[in-house]
Design a binder for this molecule. Structure first.
Ligand code: FES
Ligand code: FES
Length: 192
């Protein structure tokens, strides 16, 4: 195996939200730092930087991963999907984002990009989860504003389910989930 100097920079490239991107990264650079500081895609947030809070979650080849536990060089040649992909190019929110808006599933919004990406992955594999399944996925995320009830209600609404906490759910619940992954938007639900 070739030895890599810690300061050596490597040219890496991958597909980000349907667009080819490339840049130079030290071998130890985290994917989150590469996205934010090299590419300028600041929708992906960084909290704990050691895999606990989940706010850095992105998709690599459609699987949710912690961006802070992934080296940028590991994304070489892969497909990376971030929160910027969720809304339509004109800023129209996708059904999951709309459900978050309708169910007040965010306060400061710092944790929101990671949670949206985790459920983008999860709902693609399990489109109609139970409340317990949603809570299980959500257990991988920390929301310092503690808005968990609203998040559960939003995911249930987006997936056509209903919650055990009817006071949290609006009459608009029932939107079916179907994420669009094209484009970049200026919505607070889709960027940092
Ligand atoms: Fe990655 Fe907290 S910043 S899990
Ligand atoms: Fe503030 Fe979750 S909405 S940290």
């Amino acid at each position: 195996m070739r030895r890599v100097n810690k300061d050596e920079r490597t040219r890496i490239g991958f597909t980000l939200n349907g667009r080819a991107v490339s840049g130079d990264a030290e071998s130890r650079m985290l994917l989150t730092d590469f996205l934010r500081y090299v590419i300028g895609a600041t929708g992906t947030h960084v909290g704990c930087e050691h895999g606990v809070c989940g706010c850095c979650t992105v998709l690599i080849d459609d699987i949710a991963v912690r961006g802070c536990l992934t080296l940028a060089v590991q994304a070489e040649g892969r497909t990376v999907t971030t929160v910027e992909s969720l809304a339509a190019p004109d800023g129209t929110l996708n059904p999951l984002q709309l459900a978050f808006q309708q169910h007040h599933a965010l306060q400061c919004g710092f944790c929101t990009p990671g949670i949206l990406m985790s459920f983008t992955d999860y709902l693609a594999r399990n489109p109609h989860p139970t409340e317990d399944e949603i809570r299980d996925v959500l257990s991988g995320h920390l929301c310092r504003c503690t808005g968990y009830a609203g998040i559960v209600a939003a995911v249930l609404a987006a997936s056509g389910g209903s919650t055990k906490q009817p006071s949290v759910v609006s009459a608009k619940a029932g939107t079916q989930y179907g994420a669009s992954r094209a484009g970049v938007t200026g919505s607070p639900l889709s960027r940092g």
